[in-house]
Write a new protein. Structure first.
Length: 389
């Protein structure tokens, strides 16, 4: 079968690889109909992780069950399913308490597993024609038959639940104001979730015009372009004070606004201008005393491409004194997708939500290398790319 295979920094290729097989009675094999490129994939693509050549990418996957293990009891051949990016067992202590993103059984020595991601277990990704799904009764969410809502349902694998998770980590309540840093797919889904939840005012910070326009159009958000000045000052001036809650949808590859070149329209990744702590520190500044921060943005314990030695060890210069002084609270960690995906699915089915507006491209699997390059360069109009084997 064909699959997107990592060749090295800034290099992926579509190659022929072995087809997956049932390895355990609880497995199913899924014929992939849609797999998404995620911003988290770019960390590996850029060589910013310990990913080795040969890994098959793809942790946002949906498709149709084509083979069923003999112990699987709730799925049949022909069922349409979407899988959380988390691989989890369903019965360890963390899974039983709902923390499926931190399963202690599927990836020994590490709390959490995922498809097609470095250090997240022996699970090939789904940017391929087929995918093996372990603990399938637990991990596969059934969808209505057919192709309706294909784009929207594919986002249940990661970015819609993860955006929702960011607002949950911040304990966002109806009528509150929120500042969301990052207008990539997760940031846009966080803003959309804030709108659905009834936030009074939503501020979205980025520098890519097309992404900010999406935030304005679909999330009723105030767009804050950090290339035009300090985003905290802009928010406080427009809002008339600090906001109630804040969400970091950027992570450790954040760019320092003070270093942005306003004379260029090149929004490509510029490692010399990174400041891994800048978003968290801006949230500490912009959220009111006793407010709350949600940090679904990815941070890592080791970063081989970090801008300094401290950041390379996963250590950040956080303004903790100000954080303490303001009595802020903070929630962090990857999304426990199963906590939300069933309910978000039903909202899509009933027409209460439709996150598919974030999708900018649906292309054949063979176009993956070109789309990785465009997505990594933050090209105008490239927000969410779906691959169709």
């Amino acid at each position: 079968m064909r699959a997107v295979v990592y060749q090295g920094p800034y290099d992926v290729a579509v190659e022929d690889v072995e087809e997956p097989e049932i390895e355990h009675p609880n497995d199913v094999v899924v014929d992939i109909t849609t797999s998404c490129i995620c911003g988290s994939d770019l960390h590996m693509y850029e060589g910013r992780t310990a990913a080795e050549e040969g890994i098959i990418f793809g942790h946002e996957n949906m498709g149709v069950v084509s083979e069923v293990g003999e112990a699987v009891s709730t799925l049949e051949e022909g069922d349409r399913v979407v899988m959380p990016f988390n691989v989890s067992c369903g019965f360890c202590q963390n899974c039983e308490e709902g923390y499926t993103g931190f399963c202690t059984n599927v990836n020994p020595g590490f709390a959490g597993g995922a498809y097609g991601y470095v250090a997240m277990g022996p699970y090939p990704g789904g940017q391929a024609e087929q995918l093996r799904v372990p603990y399938a009764d637990h991990n596969a969410l059934k969808l209505p038959e057919g192709r309706e809502h294909e784009d929207a349902f594919s986002l249940l694998a990661d970015i819609f639940p993860t955006g929702w998770h960011g607002t949950e980590l911040a304990n966002l309540q109806p009528g509150e104001s929120v500042a969301i840093f990052g207008a990539g797919p997760v940031g846009l889904m966080a803003a959309y979730s804030a709108k659905i939840k009834g936030a009074a005012e939503i501020y979205v910070v980025d520098q890519v015009p097309s992404r900010l326009e999406l935030a304005e159009e679909h999330c009723d958000a105030h767009a804050i372009d950090f290339s035009e000045g300090d985003p905290v000052d802009q928010i406080i001036e427009e809002h008339g004070g600090m906001v109630d809650k804040g969400v970091d949808a950027v992570g450790y590859q954040a760019t320092d606004p003070d270093d942005v070149d306003t004379e260029t329209e090149d929004y490509s990744y510029q490692p010399a201008k990174e400041n891994p702590a800048v978003v968290i520190n801006n949230l500490i500044r912009v959220v009111r005393p006793t407010g709350e921060l949600g940090i679904p943005g990815l941070y890592v314990p080791e970063d081989p491409g970090a801008p300094d030695d401290m950041a390379a060890q996963g250590r950040l210069g956080i303004d903790f004194g100000k954080f303490f002084e303001k009595g802020l609270k903070c929630g962090t960690g990857q999304c426990n997708v199963k906590e939300y995906n069933r309910y978000l699915r039903d909202m899509i089915i009933e027409g209460r939500a439709d996150p598919s507006w974030v999708v900018s491209h649906r292309v054949d699997l063979d176009e993956a290398p070109e789309m990785y390059e465009a997505f990594d360069a933050r090209e105008e109009g490239v927000t969410k790319v779906l691959l169709e084997p």
